[in-house]
Structures are given as C-alpha cells and as structure tokens.
Design a protein around this ligand. Structure first.
Ligand code: SF4
Length: 351
C-alpha cells in the first residue's frame, strides 16, 4: 500500500513537471521500458522509429528513456541548442559494449591493409565512437527493420562487409539474402583470425557480439515446446535470436514487425494464441493490451537489465534537475560528423 502511494506520488509529480515544461519538453521511450516509465512517454517506438522522429521535435529538452547509444543517436540528430537527457547513464546496452571503437578501428585497418574494400555496417546498437569509426570507413548504420536493405547496400559498396556487433542479426539477415554459410566468417578477436583463409574469402565478416537477452535466454527447445503445446500456433521472434531459434519459428522481424503481427492477429481473430520472443516488458504490454482477444505468450521471461535501469524515480530526478543539466548526454564534438555520416547513409537509403 505504502509503495503504491509512493509510486502514485512519483507519477503525479512527473506529470506536474511535464505540464510545467510544456512545449519545452518531449519524452521519448523505447518499447522495452517498463509500464511505470512508458505511461509518461510522449513518443514510443523502436530505435528506428525514435531516430526518425528526432528531427521533427522542436522542444528544447529531449528526455530519452532507453539506453545510452540511443541517447547518443538522438544527440546526433537533434537541432542546435537542443539538449538530450538520459535518466540513468549506467543504462548501457550489453551488446553495444561488445564492440569497442579501438577494436573496430584496428580490425578495419587490418582488413583494409589486405587490399580488399571491406565496408562496415554497424547495427544501431553500438556506441557513438563505433559509429564514427564506421562513418570514417565509408560504412553505415542499420536497425533490425532495415538490416536487409542496408546489407544489400553495403555489399554493393565493396568486396565484403564487416557486420557488427550482432552476429545473429548478421547471420539471420544474410540468410534472407541467400548468402551461404560458406561465404561468411566469424571473427575471433582473441585468436586473431583476420588473416585466415576463411576471413579473406568471406563476403560477410561477422563481429562476435550478441544480445544476451535474445541470444542466451531464448532457446530452440522453447520454440519446440510451444509448438507441441499449441499445435498450429505461431512463434515470432526478434532477429537478435540465434539462427537456430529463428529456423524453428514461423517468422522473425524487428520490434515494429512483432507489434504489427500481434495487432493484425488480434484484429483478424483467426488465431487464438501467438508466442512472441523478445524483451519481456514489450510482450507483457501486448499480453495486457490484447487480453480476451488474443492469447499472447512470451517465449521467455527475458527482460533487459540495462533498460530496467531507467525507472520512474530516475525519470523524475531528471525532470527535477533539467535546468541544471542533470542527466544530460554530452557527446564528443569530434565524433559527431563521422558518426552522423553513418546514420545519414542509413536514413537516406531507407526513406
Ligand atoms: S535488449 Fe539486448 S540489444 Fe536491447 S538494449 Fe538490452 S542488451 Fe542491448
């Protein structure tokens, strides 16, 4: 009871501050945020949707409820004078941490020294410093919604592509383009296989990163178990899951795709049950939203600990300290131009 009152007090105070800041404030939130945060958000979306909305925002202050790389991307796309805030700077993406800019730069220099033109393609889940390296090497950024279009683009720019940091998204996207396993090579950073025959021959070189939530917590046997309990029902997953999971599923796609499929199934009323394999906060929200019309089941109770670092209490603290710059994200000016190049190449190819 006490906790409910406290939570209610925080929510009321956030709404009060939103009202006070009026048109000077916009709160953005990723679908993986908790309901306690999402209820205060003005624009909800996945990383591509949110990046696309930034240029149209006129408010002086943008509070981003998501993880660090998303707030960095918002800084790149924001107008001069706009400020971007992240309620918890410790909210970093575990996958993004798997590709350090200095390692990416070293690998690209070694690949360039071999004489081949290798174009880097970075999943948006990477740091600003990595995006800057990618931009300097003529590469681009992609999201899970446009990975196929962007991989085709990157393949057309050179002899090979370095896809980073998510090996699963890279492999799953390669399959949709008919790139055989024999044309792909997984980097072994510790073993240093850059000069190996496998890497030298590959059209697609994969960075050995992954999302721990989708890679480790969603297993092929879970898909099999669902299919045997609910014969004829579909399992749809995010392409950050392993190819072995995607293989057994009935569809894979971005967060936006998963939401649309649930909405379509609920509207058509032809399916009784749908299993969704992605971050739990989003699946839980879909379960509640469509209860009584469609039985939405999570493939796994997998929530992102980094996304959970942004709480209603931290959002409130950010709003209370807005004028003093509490939680403001400041990016290195020198990285902005090359990082923006990599983002703009994506936005131009995926209008
Ligand atoms: S769910 Fe995975 S990819 Fe998304 S923010 Fe969390 S760790 Fe990163």
């Amino acid at each position: 009871m006490e906790r409910t009152c406290e939570t209610g007090g925080v929510a009321a105070r956030i709404e009060e501050l939103k009202k006070r800041h009026g048109g000077d404030l916009v709160i953005l939130g990723h679908h993986y945020q908790s309901d306690d945060v999402i209820r205060h958000v003005d624009i909800v979306g996945d990383s591509l949707e949110l990046a696309r909305r930034i240029p149209e925002i006129e408010a002086r202050n943008i509070v981003f409820c998501g993880v660090y790389f998303m707030a960095e991307s918002a800084c790149l796309l924001a107008r001069p004078g706009q400020k971007v805030f992240l309620p918890d700077h410790e909210a970093d993406c575990a996958m993004a941490r798997m590709a350090r800019a200095e390692d990416v730069e070293r690998v690209l220099e070694r690949l360039a020294a071999s004489g081949r033109k290798v174009v880097p393609l970075a999943y948006v889940n990477s740091s600003l410093a990595v995006k800057a390296v990618v931009g300097r090497f003529g590469g681009a950024v992609c999201t899970s919604s446009n990975a196929k279009v962007m991989l085709e683009w990157a393949l057309g720019q050179g002899e090979a592509v370095l896809f980073l940091p998510d090996r699963n998204l890279g492999r799953n996207t390669a399959r949709t383009l008919g790139i055989a396993a024999g044309e792909q090579a997984l980097l072994d950073l510790a073993g240093d296989n850059l000069d190996s025959e496998e890497v030298r021959r590959a059209r697609l070189i994969l960075w050995p990163g992954c999302c721990p939530i989708h890679d480790r917590l969603m297993k092929p046997e879970m898909v099999d178990a669902f299919h045997s309990h609910f014969p004829g029902c579909r399992v749809l997953v995010h392409p950050e899951c392993t190819p072995e999971v995607v293989d057994r599923c009935d569809g894979a796609g971005s967060t936006a795709y998963l939401i649309k499929e649930v909405e379509k199934a609920a509207a058509e009323g032809k399916e009784s049950t749908l299993c969704i394999g992605t971050e739990f906060h989003l699946v839980h929200r879909l379960m509640e939203k469509f209860a009584g019309r469609l039985n939405v089941i999570p493939l796994a109770q997998a929530s992102c600990a980094d996304m959970e670092k942004v709480t209603a209490e931290r959002l409130l603290a950010t709003l209370e300290g807005l004028e003093e710059g509490r939680g403001e994200v400041l990016v290195d000016e020198a990285l902005k131009a090359p990082a923006r190049d990599s983002l703009v190449r994506m936005l131009e190819n995926c209008r």
